[in-house]
Design a binder for this molecule. Structure first.
Ligand code: ADP
Ligand code: MG
Length: 516
């Protein structure tokens, strides 16, 4: 078992800090892994990490200590993840990209440029595969505001929707929106709802995300640069800033050895996370505040996962809430065990930001306790092909199921059900047996009970608005709202019935899936 490597970086003071506090710093170094930091009340806290990079540290040193072993691991088929964490402006993106991803002076190059060079170097110096491919995907987890077109939605949305309509006495169609977290492909902005899946061979997979093959460092930097430029385009379109989104750079390295028919597969994720500052401190208001809160939920989920992992009793099964956010789901492999993970906690050294720095450092201290069992994901060619065959069969089963549903239901309902099951994570790679077991135990009951709840809430809503003289209501409800709610209630009941039937049939098919 190896623990997560956690390092701290104190960036140079910025102009705002210099103007507010001069060159005062709240950090006092003890040695290369320990330091003391003072909070706003001058109280001192001592921290020890794997390495502390004080102001003026070289980007090359950070790479060599934090990332190089992980890069070498990826070439040796050990998955790796490097995460930058910290408040906005603390140096996360600078550590990843340097001042610019291309045309950057050697000294200032960030982790990404060095990782790319490192991957090619490590392959050249490795056991010489007969063929190798390095692929790169870039995705962004961001918040979006989705309009509701009608009431044919997932249950939680319906209940929220109805409660808005009843409590606020506003017309339904005017307030039909929700905030949701989506996954966008930074190489193809039209793919803005990438689904996360799991395979036993390749772990967490981003279904349909563009993978760009890179054959040298120059090509890799050009691709990275286009992804980063798309991130900026997306930000403008969504009127958001990158401090409110998480950016993930995913490198996959596949090496084939013809002589003994082996394939080595390694994955390396670099995660530039959204700013971890507390939203109430940033002065955000209205829509921006909502956005900041929503994206911060992923960081809260990450914190909860880390807490669950570090507070579990050995030998006792503990529920780790990976599924609570897209971020933790994607990083599940990285945090959960079969991976080498490094966390760079980026902090300001100024007293101006000491409370945010302390919160970042506490997060890092907690993460330090995560233990991971590193393993090599080396597969015989045969195994990989078998896995691909299973995956294809699963897609066929899914199509068969959907085809059957199409015979009895409208195309729109089938589409909605498919969407609902994908959202709920019911369509999994059955190669991952644990996943499907958990999914059936967990998702079936959760989804059916949430559908039941939504039907009940909607029925109550219909009753309330049907009797406008009732005590709870102090307004006249237009007849068309009542009839629309009745219609939607009937439709929802029909969907619930169809869902239950669908699950029943899925359960019958399941044993077949598992032995495919
Ligand atoms: P974050 O991504 O954490 O919001 P950035 O990485 O964009 O913050 O950093 C904000 C600014 O601070 C950068 O544009 C850069 O000018 C400066 N900066 C951050 N880290 C460093 C560093 N290690 N060395 C020099 N300047 C830095
Ligand atoms: Mg940034």
């Amino acid at each position: 078992m190896s623990s997560m490597k956690v390092c701290v970086l104190f960036r140079p003071l910025n102009s705002k800090e210099l103007s507010e506090f001069g060159d005062a710093v709240s950090v006092q170094g003890i040695n290369s892994d320990s330091f003391i930091i003072k909070d706003e009340k001058e109280q001192e806290f001592e921290f020890t990490f794997d390495r502390v990079f004080y102001q003026g540290s070289e980007q090359a040193d950070i790479y060599e200590f934090l990332a190089l072993p992980i890069v070498q691991g990826a070439v040796d088929a050990i998955n790796g993840t490097i995460i930058t964490y910290g408040q906005t402006g603390a140096g996360k993106t600078y550590s990843m990209e340097g001042p610019s991803i291309v045309d950057c002076e050697n000294k200032k190059k960030g982790l990404l440029q060095r990782v790319v060079d490192g991957l090619f170097d490590a392959i050249v110096n490795s056991e010489k595969p007969s063929k190798y491919t390095i692929k790169l995907s870039m995705v962004e987890i961001y918040m979006e505001k989705v309009r509701f077109e009608s009431l044919s939605l997932v249950p939680e949305e319906i209940s929220r929707f109805i409660s808005i309509a009843i409590t606020q006495h506003r017309f339904i169609h005017k307030h039909a929106f929700k905030l949701s977290i989506s996954l966008r492909d930074l190489f193809d902005l039209s793919k803005d709802n990438i689904q996360i899946k799991e395979s036993k061979v390749h772990g967490i997979i981003l279904n349909g995300a563009t993978e760009v093959a890179i054959s040298n460092s120059t090509e890799a930097l050009q691709s990275l640069s286009s992804g980063i430029a798309n991130r900026a385009v997306g930000e403008t379109q969504m009127n958001m800033s990158s401090s409110r989104s998480h950016c993930l750079y995913i490198f996959t390295v596949q090496q084939d050895f013809a002589k003994d028919k082996r394939t080595k597969f390694g994955k390396l994720i670099l995660a530039d996370l959204a700013g971890s500052e507390k939203v109430e401190k940033t002065g955000a208001e209205g829509k921006i505040l909502e956005e900041a809160k929503t994206i911060n939920q992923s960081l809260t989920a990450l914190g909860k996962v880390i807490n669950a992992m570090t507070s579990c009793t050995p030998g006792k099964p503990t529920h780790i809430p990976y599924r609570d956010s897209k971020l933790t789901r994607i990083l599940q492999d990285a945090l959960g065990g079969c991976s080498q993970t490094a966390l760079l906690c980026c902090c300001s050294p100024s007293p101006f930001n000491s409370s945010e720095s302390l919160s970042t450092l506490r997060f890092g201290a907690r993460a330090k306790h995560i233990k991971a069992s590193v393993h090599v994901s080396c597969k015989e060619d045969l195994d990989c092909n078998k896995a691909i065959a299973v995956y294809t069969n699963v897609d066929e089963s899914r199509e068969r199921i959907l085809g059957k549903l199409r015979e009895t239901m409208t195309a729109e309902d089938v589409q909605l059900l498919e969407k609902l099951f994908v959202l709920e994570g019911i369509f999994f790679d059955p190669n991952s047996v644990d996943e499907i077991e958990a999914a059936y135990e967990d998702v079936t009951s959760r989804t059916i009970s949430s559908l039941h709840k939504a039907v009940e809430e909607l029925s109550t809503g219909v009753e309330k608005v049907s009797f406008p003289n009732g005590i709870e209501l102090h307004f006249d409800v237009p007849w068309w709202i009542i009839s629309q709610m009745k219609r939607e209630n009937a439709a929802l009941k029909a969907r619930l019935k169809a869902s239950e039937e669908f699950y029943r049939r899925q359960l019958e098919i399941r044993p077949l899936c598992l032995i495919l």
